[in-house]
Design a protein around this ligand. Structure first.
Ligand SMILES: [Zn+2]
Length: 218
């Protein structure tokens, strides 16, 4: 086992043809969190600097079913579109990250409080005794090391994600904004991410955090 720490028997690779193009799919079981994650690799990022990377947290409701209360599905699609436009890029899809790591059942419980009591994504979690964010980005760092990526341009609006990857030894050369246009359904979630979680969302300037429009999060 090398620096990345992923055992050979817990990793598998194959080509994956998608509607956007052909990726190398790298499935792996992380040695620390025990979850199975997946990286979609476009081109050959091995030994390269400034590789365009998205580290995406699993959101079944947004990614698979197209829920409009969050922007996860749109971010996933936009990130893949950007990656295939580059010579090399990587999307790391992290499992076990539902609701910023509280799990799917807990996440849906927070939706009830958001919808019935008007709480935002932060208060609905804490009211139920859940942590606001318990995601671990170590698995993303480990697979990026496995892939031999030397430095990344990270598509994210979240400075904490950069710090987390850097704490695991990944060189983040730049942050690339991944801004999704707001709509009536996700505006309260987006403004809460801006105002409560410190995400950099300049395209929301002028939107009222206390808008009565929409639901309140994913
Ligand atoms: Zn979501």
């Amino acid at each position: 086992m090398r620096e990345h720490g992923i055992a050979a028997e817990h990793i598998a690779e194959a080509d994956l043809v998608t509607r956007r193009g052909t990726f190398r799919t790298v499935a792996f079981r992380d040695p620390l969190d025990g979850n199975e994650h997946i990286a979609l690799v476009h081109g050959d990022p091995h030994g390269k600097e400034n590789v365009l990377v998205r580290v995406h947290s699993e959101c079944v409701t947004g990614d698979i079913f197209g829920a409009m209360r969050c922007e996860c599905g749109d971010q996933l699609a936009a990130a893949l579109d950007a990656i295939v436009a580059e010579p090399a890029g990587v999307l790391v899809y992290l499992r076990g990250h539902e609701g910023r790591g509280i799990g799917l059942v807990a996440k849906v419980r927070t939706h009830v409080l958001q919808d019935e009591q008007g709480l935002d994504t932060v208060d609905s979690a804490t009211a139920l005794g859940y942590p606001v964010d318990r995601r671990d980005f170590g698995p993303a760092a480990r697979v990026l090391k496995y892939l031999g990526v030397r430095s990344v341009r990270l598509m994210s609006n979240n400075a904490d994600k950069i710090k987390a990857l850097e704490s695991h030894g990944i060189v983040v050369a730049a942050r690339v904004p991944l801004l999704i246009e707001a709509n009536a359904h996700n505006i309260r979630y987006l403004t809460a991410k801006r105002d409560r979680l410190g995400h950099d969302l300049p395209h929301l300037d002028g939107y009222d955090a206390y808008s009565r429009l929409g639901t309140a999060g994913c």
